[in-house]
Write a protein that binds this ligand. Structure first.
Ligand code: SF4
Length: 348
């Protein structure tokens, strides 16, 4: 069994050991913590599969382990440093209201200038098993998770087949409501084209951040050069087809994308459509001097949208106080071994 095998590869290996579909279902249930791993429970297994059971368990459980020393957990939320079998690490975030944010890649190639993860580039893809394993491991910390957002490190459209397998596992095998699985993207034709064929149709979040094409090119350096209007249209089209509202994500950077004019323009594009807007005030870090807008200004921006009939919220960043946003726990760990990545200058 390869350490970073995809779920489909693991399943093929189980079949090669004699597993029938009912055995595979029971193996997944044991991994999810919903059935015991004891030999009695698995007594009906073919001999080859039964013999390998301890090894299968060990390999599945090693796919994602939380480093609780480096993690920061509170009652309701917290960031988890996830150690992968090869020593690489990513982050997962427990969010309020029983939600979990997970990663899809080690690092990320999109290079958003306000994101710690984007500064280091892509290190490697996660396998579908490693993506799903973050959810499985989190169930052992918080068994009542009811929502999973693929919004951590990585761009899901850059690791599409693994993301599809993981989403289908979480929806079809683990049984999470499909609309409670949210795939977040900067917008990519490959994802828009693929989603309608998935057996599990997740909700879709578009990381838009601005309605200005040129500014978006500067903020999301390596995102596909698609216009905000086109990205919104594709996102809204999918949302209207699956009947879950599109989530428009907008990281607020003071003086850069927090003007009333820009938010009015966003309102022009989404008013009357099946969408909601989530503002996220940028995580302030020691490494970059992006600033959060004043709270009162954010509330005024939300009012602009609400007056146009648009559902709009400010999403509080989990664990802002302990190590900031996406990528910072991992960055701290890597800093113990490597020179830090130089921070970019803010854009004006
Ligand atoms: S914000 Fe998301 S898409 Fe942008 S660099 Fe960070 S992880 Fe990648």
């Amino acid at each position: 069994m390869s350490r970073s095998a995809h779920l489909s590869e693991l399943q093929r290996e189980f079949v090669a050991l004699g597993a029938k579909p009912s055995h595979i279902r029971r193996l997944w249930r044991a991994w999810l913590g919903r059935a015991p791993w004891t030999a009695e429970e698995h007594a009906s297994y073919p001999a080859g599969l039964a013999r390998e059971l301890p090894q299968i368990r060990g390999r599945l459980e090693s796919l994602a382990r939380f480093d609780l020393q480096e993690s920061a957990l509170s009652q309701e939320s917290g960031k988890l440093l996830v150690m992968l079998p090869d020593g690489a690490c990513v982050e997962a975030v427990l969010l309020p209201r029983r939600a979990l944010c997970i990663s899809t890649q080690v690092g990320c190639a999109v290079g958003c200038v306000f994101c710690m993860t984007g500064r280091g580039g892509l290190q490697r893809q996660l396998s579908s098993a490693e993506i799903a394993a973050q959810y499985v491991a989190a169930l052992h910390v918080r068994p009542d998770i009811k929502k999973v957002v693929l919004m951590g490190m990585g761009e899901p459209s850059h690791n599409l087949s693994a993301v599809q397998e993981a989403v289908e596992f979480i929806g079809d095998v683990a049984g999470l409501a499909h609309k409670q699985i949210v795939v977040s993207t900067v917008g990519d034709e490959r994802l828009f084209d693929a989603l309608p064929a998935w057996s599990v149709k997740p909700a879709l979040a578009l990381s838009l951040h601005t309605t200005d094409f040129e500014k978006r090119r500067r903020l999301l350096k390596n995102a596909p050069a698609l216009s905000p209007e086109y990205l919104l249209e594709r996102t809204l089209h999918y949302a209207e087809a699956v009947k879950y509202p599109a989530q428009i994500e907008w990281t607020l950077l003071a003086g850069i994308n927090d003007s009333f004019e820009e938010v009015e323009r966003l309102a022009d594009l989404v008013a009357g459509r099946y969408a909601m807007v989530n503002f996220i005030a940028v995580n302030t870090t020691k490494a970059a001097d992006f600033k959060r807008p004043e709270r009162s200004h954010i509330e005024d921006l939300i009012t602009v949208l609400r007056q146009r009939g648009i559902v709009a919220t400010l999403r509080e960043s989990a664990a802002q106080d302990i190590n900031g946003g996406c990528g910072q726990l991992r960055a701290r760990r890597l800093a113990q071994h490597e020179a830090p990545v130089k921070a970019p200058s803010p854009l004006r």
